[in-house]
Write a protein that binds this ligand. Structure first.
Ligand code: 13P
Length: 289
C-alpha cells in the first residue's frame, strides 16, 4: 500500500530501528527495491530526487509506475513514495502527482525563510494526507546537483522547525552524500544528542547512508534516527555488476545483449544491497507487526 511515511517512522523510532529510503532511478531500481521489501516484510521508502524525477520524464510518470507496479507485483508491505531534497515548487508538483510523502529542503535559505516555507508546506501536505520531512543544517557533498557544505544543525533551529508540526527531521550531523573521504572524521553524535534533546520524540533522518560504518549506524539509530537514506551504494552495486557482465563478454554470447539479460545482474545487485541495509537497519519483519 502506498502510505504516508509518518506511521512507519513513528513505529521505527519507538521500536529502535530505522526504515531505509532507497532512491530510485528507473524501472529496474523500483522493482528491485519493492521486491526486496516484500521478501523481507520490511516497510520501505522510495526516494525520488528532482533530477531522477526529471530523468524518468516527470513525477506523474513515477507515481503512476510505482502504483501500478505495487498492484501487479502484489506488494503488501507499507511503501512511501517520497520526494528527496525537494524545492518549494517540486513539493507542489509531487503533491499534485500523487506522492505520499515529501521532503522540503529549505536548509539553504535563511532560517526565517526555511520556517515560513516549511510551515506552509506542512499545512498543504497534511491536508492531502502526505508526510513531510524538513531539513536544518545542510548535508555535505553533492546529490543530483544539490550541493551542501555539510554544516552541523543548530539544535534551537531544529526545535523551531520541529515545532511546525513536521513529521520527521533531517539534521546535518557531519554526514555527506556520496562516498565518504578517507579523512572523514565520522558522525557528530554530540550534535545528534543535542538535536534529540531539543526536538524530543520526532523521528530523525540520516542522509548520506552510503559508506557509514555499521557501528555508527547502530549508534545513530539508538539515538533517535528512524530513517536512513541510501542512494550511491545501489548505484555502485549496479555499476559493478553490469561492468562484470560486460567485461566477461556475456553481452556478446547468445542473446546476452537483450536488455532483460544485460540489466539483470545490476538489478540483482541492488536487491542484495537493499537486503544488507534492511538487515543492518533492523526493519526486516517489521511490516508484519
Ligand atoms: P548517499 O547517496 O550517500 O547514499 O545519500 C543518499 C541520500 O541522503 C539521499 O537524500
Amino acid at each position: 500500500m502506498l502510505v504516508s511515511a509518518k506511521d512507519m517512522l513513528e513505529k521505527a523510532r519507538e521500536g529502535k530501528y530505522a526504515v531505509g529510503q532507497f532512491n530510485i532511478n528507473n524501472l529496474e531500481w523500483t522493482k528491485s527495491v519493492l521486491l526486496t521489501a516484500e521478501e523481507l516484510k520490511s516497510p520501505v521508502i522510495l526516494g525520488v530526487s528532482e533530477g531522477a524525477g526529471k530523468y524518468m520524464t516527470g513525477f506523474k510518470t513515477v507515481a503512476a509506475m510505482v502504483r501500478a507496479m505495487m498492484e501487479e507485483l502484489n506488494i503488501t508491505v507499507p511503501v512511501a513514495l517520497h520526494l528527496d531534497h525537494g524545492t518549494y515548487d517540486g513539493c507542489y508538483k509531487c503533491i499534485k502527482a500523487g506522492f505520499s510523502s515529501i521532503m522540503f529542503d529549505g536548509s539553504h535559505y535563511p532560517i526565517e525563510e526555511n520556517i515560513e516555507k516549511t510551515k506552509e508546506l506542512v499545512k498543504v501536505a497534511h491536508a492531502m494526507g502526505l508526510s513531510l520531512e524538513a531539513e536544518v543544517g545542510s548535508i555535505g557533498g553533492e546529490e543530483d546537483g544539490v550541493v551542501g557544505l555539510g554544516e552541523c544543525a543548530d539544535p534551537q533551529e531544529c526545535k523551531a522547525i520541529a515545532d511546525l508540526g513536521i513529521d520527521f527531521l533531517a539534521a546535518g550531523i557531519g554526514n555527506i552524500h556520496g562516498k565518504y573521504p578517507e579523512n572523514w572524521p565520522g558522525l557528530r553524535f554530540d550534535v545528534l544528542e543535542q538535536v534529540k534533546a531539543a526536538v524530543g520524540d520526532m523521528p530523525l533522518v540520516l542522509h548520506g547512508g552510503t559508506g557509514i560504518p555499521e557501528d555508527m549506524i547502530k549508534k545513530a539509530v539508538s539515538l533517535g534516527v528512524a530513517k536512513i537514506n541510501v542512494n550511491t551504494e545501489c548505484q555502485l552495486s549496479f555499476a559493478a555488476a553490469t561492468r562484470e557482465y560486460i567485461e566477461a563478454g556475456k553481452d556478446l554470447k547468445g542473446k546476452g545483449f537483450d536488455p532483460r539479460k544485460l540489466l539483470a545482474p545490476g538489478a540483482d545487485a541492488i536487491r542484495a544491497t537493499v537486503k544488507e541495509k534492511m538487515e543492518l537497519f533492523g526493519s526486516v519483519g517489521k511490516a508484519k507487526e
